[in-house]
Design a protein around this ligand. Sequence first.
Ligand code: NAP
Length: 251
Amino acid sequence: MAAHLRLRGALALVTGGGGGIGRAVCRRLAREGASVAIADRDEAGAAETLRSLPPGDHEAVRVDVGRAESVAELVDRLQARFSRPATVCVSCAGITMDEFLLKQSEAAFDAVLRVNLKGTFLVTQAVARALVESGASGGSIINVGSVVGKVGNLGQVNYAASKAGVEALSKTAAKELARYGIRCNTVLPGFIRSPMTDKVPAKVLDKFAAMVPLGRLGEPEDVADVCAFLASEESRYITGASLEVTGGLFI
Ligand code: NAP
C-alpha cells in the first residue's frame, strides 16, 4: 500500500491539534488519508490547522481536555458528525508552568497535572469506551509524553511528573485494551521547536541543542512521522511501548 495512504478511511482525533506538534500530526495523518478531528482549546489555532490540511473530511472542535464533560461532548460530536468513533487518537494537548521545586505553587502543580495527565486519562478513556461500545475491530491510541518524564528537568517538577504519569497510564491502558485490539503507545519527544519551546530562553535551547547527538533540536514533523507509524498497521505488534524522539538526547 502506498505509504501516504496507510490511514485511508480512518477517523483520527488529535488533541492539541492547534499547537506546534499537534498541527504537524494532523497534517501527516491527513496526508495518509485519514479524516482528522482537530481538537484544541485554542480555537484560532485549530482553525488555522484545518485550513492547512489537504482536502478531506476534517473538522476543528473546541475542547478542554481537563474537563470530563468537555471530552464527553467532543466524543459525542464526532460520533454525530462522522457516524463512527475515532480509531486513531493522538493526545498532544499539553502545557508547561515552569518553576523550581522550592518555589512551585500548588496551583501550578495542579494546573499542569490537570491538562497533561488527567486530560490524557479522560481522552484515552473516552476514546477507548467509544471504540469498545461500537464493536470496532481495533484502534491506536498515541499519547505524547516527554523524555523529561524519564530523566527530570530543572524547573519542571510538575511537567516531569505529569509526563511520567502519561507513560504509566499508557502502559496500563495497553494491557487492559489489548483484548479489544486497541493498542496504546507513548511518544517521548526531546526538545522540539514549537510555541511551547519558544518560551524557553534561546541560550537554554542552544545548550540542549549542543547536547543532541544528531546535532539539532527536533521539528514537529519528526514527532508526527513517528505518530503516523504508530497509527498505522505497520506498528500492529507494538503496544505499551515508549518511543523516544530525541535525536539521541539523554541516551
Ligand atoms: P504547543 O504548541 O503549546 O501545543 C499544545 C496545544 O495544546 C496548544 O494549542 C494548547 O492551547 C493546547 N492545550 C493546552 N491546554 C489544553 C486543554 N486543556 N485542552 C485542549 N487543548 C489544550 O506545544 P507543543 O510543543 O506542540 O506540545 C505538544 C505536546 O508535546 C505537549 O503534550 C507537550 O508537553 C509535548 N512535548 C513537547 C515538547 C517540545 O519540545 N515542544 C517536548 C516533549 C513533549 P494553548 O495554546 O491555548 O495553550
